[in-house]
Design a binder for this molecule. Structure first.
Ligand code: NAD
Ligand code: LMR
Length: 342
């Protein structure tokens, strides 16, 4: 197979913690595979430029064979000129005791101008992943400033929540993460998110499949124990993991966030081949999620586009949780409207 054209990837906040965990993995081929060269554009504000420049020096020193070039800039229009994949990471992280929504006023103002710069110069096939918090609503802001880019190209990251759910289930069942499928994260990347295992399946070593809740009932000692475990352990643990990392590590998740960003873009571009995952995408009204909100759904990717997995039953307790996450997303949308950000 011949060498392909380089993919241009712009990473904002490139001098920060996630940037440092993300850029080397993109350059090493983890995002698009080893046959696709990457051209990296690193966007920073003045205070972060030196750090991004240092990262660029180290990228060069890695001698990655498919790293075409690295450019550091403080100019958003230059950073997004011709970009195929925009990873909007640059934003302030929350500290202990804060909710991600508390960052809306501080971070929201970043995403309008970046959406506008994407609108002006990005490649026709541009795909945008917002990582900076509050990610769902920041994606909404960026999309609102890019009227010439199809709004469904603006997505937000809930893959980290999805991966956290996989990790917790795998540990509890003492199985490998690859044997677990069809977990869902619904709603906002916030404490109201809804990790849902109603449709999850477990694949055994012999290839046989069974409902994951049945396996959980066996592991926990009865069907009645499953509901209590979901309510008391699984859901709060997954939804509260970001805060747990901040408390234990002293700063917000970085390497796991970078890994999730790689997974999201990899699957979006290369497809999910029969399985599904979770991503926050523009709602088309599916599952009663108001059109126009950027909310997490079960999704698969085909021909380079996310599609919402249709036709799944939603249990009453899950429905109630989704509705409260949607209320929060609507409140965030109303707040950015009132701040004049959309
Ligand atoms: P960090 O403070 O280490 O780095 C952020 C970087 O962004 C800094 O270098 C800063 O200079 C830069 N920046 C700020 N404004 C910018 C702008 N307008 N343009 C370009 N760069 C800008 O933070 P981090 O740990 O890398 O986290 C970044 C964001 O990602 C935070 O908002 C954090 O809450 C969020 N996050 C989201 C997820 C998720 O799952 N969606 C997971 C982890 C972290
Ligand atoms: C995370 O989920 O780790 C990030 O969104 C950071 C945070 O504030 O929790």
């Amino acid at each position: 197979m011949g060498i392909k054209e380089p993919v241009t990837v712009t990473v904002t906040g490139a001098g920060g913690q996630i940037g440092y965990a993300l850029l080397f993995r993109i350059a090493s081929g983890a995002m698009f595979g080893p046959a696709t060269p990457v051209r990296l554009r690193l966007l920073e504000i003045p205070a972060g430029l030196k750090s991004a420049e240092g990262t660029a020096l180290e990228l060069q020193d890695c001698a990655f064979s498919n790293l075409d070039s690295v450019e550091v800039t403080g100019n958003a229009e230059r950073a997004f000129d011709g970009t195929n994949v925009a990873l909007l990471v640059g934003a302030r992280p929350r500290g202990p005791g804060m909710e991600r929504g508390d960052l809306l006023a501080a971070n929201g103002a970043i995403f309008g101008p970046q959406g506008a710069a994407i609108n002006v110069g990005a490649a026709d096939d541009v795909r945008v992943l917002v990582v900076g918090n509050p990610a769902n609503t920041n994606a909404l802001i960026a999309a609102a400033h890019a009227p010439d880019v199809p709004a469904e190209r603006f997505t937000a990251m809930t893959r980290l929540d999805h991966n956290r759910a996989l990790g917790l289930l795998a540990g509890t069942l003492d199985v490998g993460v690859a044997s677990i499928g069809n977990v869902i994260i619904w709603g906002n990347h916030s404490a109201t998110q809804v990790p849902d295992i109603s449709h999850a399946i477990l694949t055994g070593a012999d290839g046989s499949q069974r409902p994951l809740p049945d396996a959980l009932a066996e592991a926990l000692g009865g069907t009645d124990k499953v509901a209590a475990w979901l309510e008391g352990t699984f859901i709060p643990r997954v939804a509260g993991r970001g805060a747990e990392i901040i408390e234990v590590r002293g700063s917000s998740s970085a390497a796991s966030a970078a890994a999730a960003a790689i997974d999201h873009v990899h699957d979006w571009v290369l497809g999910t081949s029969g399985s599904w995952t979770s991503a926050a995408v523009l709602s088309d009204g599916s599952y009663g999620v108001p059109r126009g909100l950027v909310s997490s759904f079960p999704v698969h990717s085909r021909n380079g586009a996310w599609e919402i997995q249709q036709g799944l039953s939603v249990a009453a307790d899950v429905r109630a949780r989704i509705d409260s996450s949607l209320k929060e997303l609507e409140a965030e949308r109303d707040m950015v409207k009132s701040l004049g950000l959309i």
